[in-house]
Ligand binder design. Structure first.
Ligand code: FAD
Length: 469
């Protein structure tokens, strides 16, 4: 795919999209489909944002392709292409291993219900009633109930059941027991619908197909183009500044984080005191750490699960999961089936939730040591499942919240946008500053691959209505 050099972009477009995460890509594509001229500006040299990959030796490492709900099939069919939809396949081998229980699951409602009844000895009627409650949850629900209250209502005192239901969702969107139950319920029921899915061919294939579709639909794409400022005149958006260059557009959609968009791109001066009061209460979500293992060509590793939620911590705690030396991580194992067109390659990615401030405060020397220690802890954990891993790997490296911050510019390297209160700010941004929209991970619910893509469609509809009005 070849991109347009910035100096060849026109001086004026109907819409400028800042950032090419899944939300930005989808929004740009929908707006081009609706007949608007669209310029997509991406800071990195690649498209995809956090939906990214990198190559080392013969390995391709996927950063955020660990699993998404079945809803992606419908969304990609409707808003992207048949080829994209047809590459979505199920991951059937999900494993939990912790001091409270070890089990395998297909991560869908039928299998979870049976495990809750047979393994955790919960009565069928309680399980049915729990699923009925979470299935009915929607965006407009009462926010008073927290996830902790939801679990205590159905499974009082059962910390093992709480862990079984909560741990994967804490990895998937950073949510905790003390947040509105809908942030848990909506995402959990999305997964329970039909299990966990992945993209056959890897992130590189998906983003390549999306880029080609954007170009077919006439979107001008410039990479290595960092937007420095959203230009505001007489209380309305009129374009963006990229270095010395001003490019005009009556509508700008920012896929940069909501806090970045408001504080750094538009600037506080563009908003009323009232609106700023709301924004200043928005908390960003946690960041991540990862350790990437490449298995030497010709070596084979056993089937240990597609996703392995492993922890040696006695109890589940979302706070424990944020510690630098957390004992909880997910191993995603990429067998040769992940990229059937490539020569056989095995990679394993350990993912951990992480707190940006803890990593940001380290000196360079402490930082290097903390990364080495984290790699060692992941080796020790992985040896429990692949005892000869140290003989089989030929690449290992780590990413931290500082890495995510550097590559995406996200405030505190956030992996999932903001906590719930950010969603309202994002939805009302264009009312506070006409012509400026925000798309992408926000409010826990609109995060992850499916959330970001679906939000891209919603925001494209808003921007289209604004442009036509
Ligand atoms: C380690 C990790 C694992 C994850 N695992 C999963 C998973 O298994 N399943 C799942 O569904 N989700 C997962 N996620 C979350 C998912 O990847 C994200 O929610 C989703 O990809 C975010 O999309 P987005 O639209 O918000 O944009 P982002 O991916 O956040 O991209 C924003 C883009 O904007 C660009 N940008 C920012 N500022 C500027 C600027 N000033 N000028 C130009 N460009 C700019 C950035 O460079 C970036 O490309 C994971 C995330 C992480 C970090």
């Amino acid at each position: 795919m070849s991109f347009t050099p910035l100096n060849e972009a026109k001086d004026k477009y109907d819409v400028i999209v800042i950032g090419s995460g899944l939300g930005g890509l989808t929004c740009a594509n929908r707006l081009a489909n609706a007949g608007h001229s669209v310029l997509l500006l991406e800071y990195h040299f690649k498209l995809g944002g956090l939906a990214t990959w990198f190559k080392r030796k013969s390995h391709i490492f996927d950063v955020s392709l660990h699993g998404f709900p079945y809803g992606m099939v419908k969304t990609c069919k409707k808003y992207w292409t048949k080829e994209i939809r047809d590459s979505i396949v199920q991951l059937k081998n999900i494993v939990f291993d912790n001091p409270q229980f070890s089990l395998k699951t297909t991560f869908d409602k039928t299998n979870f219900s049976n495990l809750l009844v047979d393994r955790f000895k919960i009565s069928r009627s309680v399980v049915d009633s729990f699923f009925e409650t979470v299935n009915k949850m929607n965006f407009y629900d009462d926010l008073a109930m927290t996830t902790r209250e939801l679990f205590e209502k159905f499974f009082p005192g059962r910390s093992d059941v709480h862990r079984f239901l909560m741990e994967p969702i804490t990895y998937a969107n950073g949510s905790t027991f003390d947040e509105p139950a809908i942030t848990y319920g909506i995402v959990f029921s999305n997964f329970m619908n039909k299990g966990v899915y992945t993209f056959k061919g890897g992130t590189d294939k998906l983003i390549g197909l999306m880029g080609e579709e954007l170009q077919r639909n006439g979107v001008t794409i410039c990479t290595k183009a960092k937007v420095d400022r959203v230009v505001v005149e007489n209380g309305k958006v009129t374009g963006v500044a990229v270095g010395e260059r001003i490019i005009n557009a009556p509508c700008v959609v920012s896929n940069s984080g909501i806090t970045n968009t408001i504080y750094n791109l538009a600037g506080r001066e563009a908003f009323s005191e009232d609106f700023l009061g709301t924004i200043d209460k928005v908390k960003v979500n946690n960041s991540s750490c990862q350790v990437y293992f490449g298995i030497r060509s010709g070596e084979v590793i056993p089937e240990i699960g597609d996703l392995l939620f492993t922890s040696t911590s006695e109890d589940f705690s979302s706070e424990e999961m944020l510690n630098i030396d957390t004992k909880s991580r997910t191993f995603s194992v990429y067998y040769p089936k992940t990229r059937p067109d490539e020569k056989d390659d095995y990679t394993v990615v350990a993912s951990m939730n992480a707190d940006y401030d803890a990593w940001a405060s380290l000196s360079e020397e402490e930082y290097k040591k903390a990364k080495e220690d984290m790699i060692e802890r992941c080796f020790v954990d992985l040896e429990r499942y692949i005892p000869d891993i140290r003989q089989k790997y030929d690449w290992v490296e780590a990413a931290t919240p500082r890495t995510f911050n550097r590559y995406t510019l996200h405030t505190k390297g956030t992996s999932f946008g903001t906590k719930f209160e950010g969603l309202d700010v994002s939805r009302n941004l264009f009312k506070a500053l006409p012509g400026l929209f925000h798309v992408g991970s926000v409010g826990i619910i609109m995060s992850g691959w499916l959330g970001a893509i679906n939000y891209g469609v919603i925001v494209a509809n808003d921007a289209d209505a604004y442009l036509r009005s």
